[in-house]
Ligand binder design. Structure first.
Ligand SMILES: Nc1nc2c(c(=O)[nH]1)N[C@H]1C(S)=C(S)[C@@H](COP(=O)(O)OP(=O)(O)OC[C@H]3O[C@@H](n4cnc5c(=O)[nH]c(N)nc54)[C@H](O)[C@@H]3O)O[C@H]1N2
Ligand SMILES: Nc1nc2c(c(=O)[nH]1)N[C@H]1C(S)=C(S)[C@@H](COP(=O)(O)OP(=O)(O)OC[C@H]3O[C@@H](n4cnc5c(=O)[nH]c(N)nc54)[C@H](O)[C@@H]3O)O[C@H]1N2
Ligand SMILES: [Mo]
Length: 771
């Protein structure tokens, strides 16, 4: 392993070289190059990499290094065939790394686990569907099955899936969103009446300031860097709050700009870069508002206008007095202690905010995966409401979504707590009463399977066993099931934790041509900006025994329910027919089959962006919450005499969630190793340890269960004292199942209380170039 200071900008030659390296490594260079060039073009497929939107001006930047990796990873010609699976028993595969498993290629045939041979063996699609139907129909109650969704599923997949599951009789829809932006949905719905962001991509061209909280776009939303670069160049202030100094947020060279590549010109992205403590962002925003209140007071006392937007507050909001009194009651000492920033730093950020006419605030997992995430998001909304920074050009709230269609899946009804309007529509259009009782989210599903209450698990994509918290409990939960079914493109950890019976069903991916009775089909997806557009695969390869996700869902549904409430196989012949049904149920989709023909797709609309507030009071609501008492609750701190650290678990530059592409975290300068803990040098010294020492890590939770991982390397890093950063999914065994966000139930995977101990194992020689 090496740790090396990365001195370049993000993007640039490093990104281009890495893209090319990934392409050349694969077996089909020419084809992959061609694919890449079609990504996010009008007639190509939607990049499966992330949910950032497309610029109007196509080709301005239509792919990025990490999008290229995602495409290339899927479009491989390697295959996991029944012959491969016969040679490699599940117990052997389970010993291999996540990287190894997915590297074997695309799953080629439906397979069923045989307990006697410990191998997956070929089965026909018909037999697979019949087996699922038999298990589902044998359950005492539909609530005994769990239907997981990962956010790559298209709108068409998601709509059919929820229709089937609701007709079957349950709202058990655990999904990846429960681990991701759930808090954004819940927080924003209460504050502004809609659980989505309010801005469009164009708004970034009109913002004077963009505040970026808890997000690493250089790796996870590289096309966002291009947007930020444009904004920065025209003089917009970009202010970043991130526990780590992420290179992409510091400076960026666009790998698709020949000029910049030749001259090596990099654009400075962030005008100010603040490194708060993990979980300190609510205090940061509270402090900004406190600072702004002080300025406002001075202005008004001098007889000048308020710096807030009183007309907006008056016309559009409720609760401002109560909120401002909570701000007043919060002492500066509490704010600075929790934020980990000085009052002067917070005042500086507040001043930049005030200078701007139009402000956008963006955030991602650094905000949503904490205990007090909903409150933090509502605090962010409060700040924007004070200044009327909502529903005007260049301003608004922007939770940057993760998976490329995670937002669309929610729009389509993948929701364990569906709204009454949605259920009424389903009942009206399809003539059956969908279940009203709330179903299980991800944590609820794990608990139900663990308790033996849920007996069937079906995963529409994703990697449930690796992505969820408390790995060993989750794996136990899956193996308790009578049947586990995974609809997937690639072999992963979850497939190696079979229930009593188990199936893997190989599906087409975004890049593949999806040929049905009436010809090649396209699907639709929704990005972070409520834009819906079509996606059609272009790769024609050996996919004979794979099926599209809509076809697989239809097969399961028809075997289980017959032709009710719809003729499933008829729908699959032409996906326009699915979209006609979507349009009958989901607002904004009227005429979808025409609208997706327009280049760039169509805008679903957003009530808050139009200053319509779908809250009980019909106004935007200032939400008033105290700061958390302590970032690390006393009952957790008291569980150990040793120094207790707070661990955030995050992505390296070379992974897609649980998919590990390689071992290069380029912008952080870490290479060849994933079992690392980024820690402040002073903490290493205080522990009496040395840089590069190997440690074991134990997390603290008052339930008597030991959660421990072994042999992680200490790496001195620029991170606040007391905070540590490491990669997921290796660290998921540390996330206690009950360590979850208030209201959101999102695992608090950015705030895990841990202690460190010297590892029994000795460290190998490593080459540290810098600290
Ligand atoms: N290439 C690639 N692209 C992806 C993904 C991927 O794995 N690979 N995953 C997709 C998905 S599903 C998602 S949800 C997104 C995730 O996108 P991100 O949210 O960018 O993902 P993380 O790696 O979890 O990064 C969290 C960032 O927040 C910072 N942070 C952590 N805790 C705190 C905190 O308490 N306060 C502040 N201010 N900062 C904090 C971390 O230092 C890190 O920079 O990306 C999507 N796009
Ligand atoms: N500790 C910790 N845990 C986390 C997070 C964290 O930051 N820290 N982040 C959380 C977040 S934000 C998320 S979104 C979840 C992600 O959780 P998941 O969505 O469950 O996980 P992924 O790793 O994205 O799923 C990868 C698998 O999806 C399958 N796949 C890929 N493409 C397709 C396709 O087109 N169709 C189908 N059917 N299958 C496909 C492949 O088999 C691949 O192995 O993880 C969460 N877990
Ligand atoms: Mo996510």
């Amino acid at each position: 392993m090496t740790v090396k200071k990365y001195d370049g900008s993000a993007g640039g030659w490093g990104a281009l070289l890495s893209t090319t390296k990934h392409l050349v490594k694969s077996e089909n260079v020419a084809r992959n190059m061609r694919n890449l060039l079609k990504t996010n073009q009008d007639k190509g497929f939607d990049c499966p990499g992330c949910a950032w939107g497309e610029a109007e001006e196509r080709g301005r930047i239509s792919f990025c290094e990490n999008g290229a990796k995602a495409v290339n990873w899927e479009a491989t010609s390697r295959r996991v065939t029944p012959a491969f699976l016969r040679q490699h028993p599940v117990s052997w595969l389970a010993q291999q790394s996540d990287y190894f498993l997915e590297y074997q290629g695309r799953l080629s045939h439906p397979v069923r686990y045989n307990r006697n041979t410990d191998c997956y063996e070929a089965i026909s699609w018909q037999q697979a569907f019949a087996l699922i139907a038999r298990h589902l129909k044998a359950l005492e109650h539909p609530n005994q099955a769990e239907f997981y969704t990962s956010g790559r599923a298209s709108n068409e997949d998601a709509f059919l899936y929820q229709l089937f599951v609701r007709k079957f009789g349950t709202n058990n829809f655990p999904d990846c969103s429960n681990m991701c932006h759930e808090a954004s949905g819940i927080g924003l719905r209460q504050s502004i009446g809609i659980g989505k962001g309010t801005v469009t991509l164009e708004d970034f061209d009109h913002a004077d300031a963009i505040f970026v909280f808890g997000q690493n776009p250089g790796t996870n939303h590289p096309r966002m860097l291009d947007t930020l670069r444009h904004a920065s160049r025209r003089g917009a202030a970009i202010v970043t709050f991130n526990t780590l100094k992420e290179r992409g947020l510091e400076r960026f060279t666009n790998p698709q700009s020949p000029g910049e590549m030749l001259t090596g010109v990099a654009t400075q992205i962030s005008q100010s870069y603040f490194t708060p403590k993990l979980g300190g962002d609510m205090a940061v925003v509270r402090g900004m508002v406190k600072a702004l209140c002080a300025v406002d007071k001075i202005e008004r006392e001098a007889g000048r206008a308020s710096i807030f937007d009183p007309a907006f507050i008056d016309e559009h909001t409720r609760g401002v007095e109560a909120y401002l009194s909570a701000v007043e009651a919060t002492p500066w000492e509490a704010i600075t202690e929790q934020a980990g920033l000085s009052r002067a730093e917070i005042e500086q950020a507040a001043d930049t905010y005030r200078q701007a006419n139009n402000v956008i605030i963006t955030w991602a997992m650094g905000i949503t995966q904490h205990k007090h995430s909903v409150n933090t998001i509502q605090e962010i909304a409060n700040l924007q409401l004070l200044f009327g920074q909502l529903g005007k050009p260049g301003a608004g709230l922007c939770p940057v979504r993760g998976h490329s269609n995670v937002q669309g899946d929610r729009t389509m009804g993948i929701n364990e707590k569906p709204g009454a309007d949605f259920l009424d529509k389903i009942s009206e259009v399809f003539g059956f009463q969908p279940p009203l009782e709330h179903g299980h989210n991800t944590v609820g599903a794990i608990k139900a399977m663990l308790a033996g209450e849920s007996k069937v698990f079906i995963g529409l994509g994703g990697n449930f066993a690796a992505a969820t918290p408390d790995t060993s409990l989750t794996q136990q939960a899956l193996s308790n099931c009578l049947l586990t079914v995974n609809i997937a493109t690639k072999l992963n950890r979850t497939h190696l934790i079979p229930g009593q019976e188990s199936l893997i069903l190989p599906c087409l991916g975004r890049t593949d041509v999806d040929m049905q009775a009436t010809g090649p089909q396209s699907v639709t997806v929704e990005d972070s900006f409520s834009m819906v557009h079509a996606s059609a695969g272009v790769v024609e390869s050996d996919t004979a025994e794979m099926r599209s996700e809509p076809a697989i869902i239809a097969g399961i549904a028809e075997a289980t329910l017959g032709k009710a409430p719809v003729d499933w196989s008829w729908l699959i012949e032409d996906y326009d027919r699915i979209r006609v049904l979507i349009a009958e149920v989901i607002p904004g989709f009227t005429g979808v089959n025409e609208k997706i023909k327009q280049p760039g797709g169509f805008y679903l609309g957003n009530s808050a962006a139009e200053r319509r507030w779908q809250t009980p009071s019909e106004k935007a609501q200032f939400m008033r919450h105290p700061l958390p008492q302590h970032l690390l609750p006393a009952n957790l701190r008291e569980l150990s005499q040793d120094p207790v650290f707070v661990l955030q678990t995050m992505r390296s530059h070379d992974q897609y969630n649980t998919t590990i592409y390689g071992f290069e975290d380029r912008y952080r300068g870490i290479s060849g190793e994933r079992k690392v803990l980024l820690i402040n040098a002073s903490d290493i010294t205080a522990l009496g340890m040395n840089n590069n020492d190997l440690v074991d890590v134990e997390s603290l939770w008052p339930d008597g269960i030991e959660r421990k991982i072994y042999g992680f390397k200490l790496v001195a890093y620029d991170i606040p004292p007391g905070n540590i950063a490491a990669y997921f999914p290796e660290t998921n065994p540390l996330v206690a199942i009950d360590g979850k966000g208030d209201l959101s139930d999102t695992p608090t995977s950015k705030a895990i209380p841990i202690i460190l101990m010297p590892s029994a194992r000795k460290g190998d020689e490593i080459n540290i170039v810098c600290s």
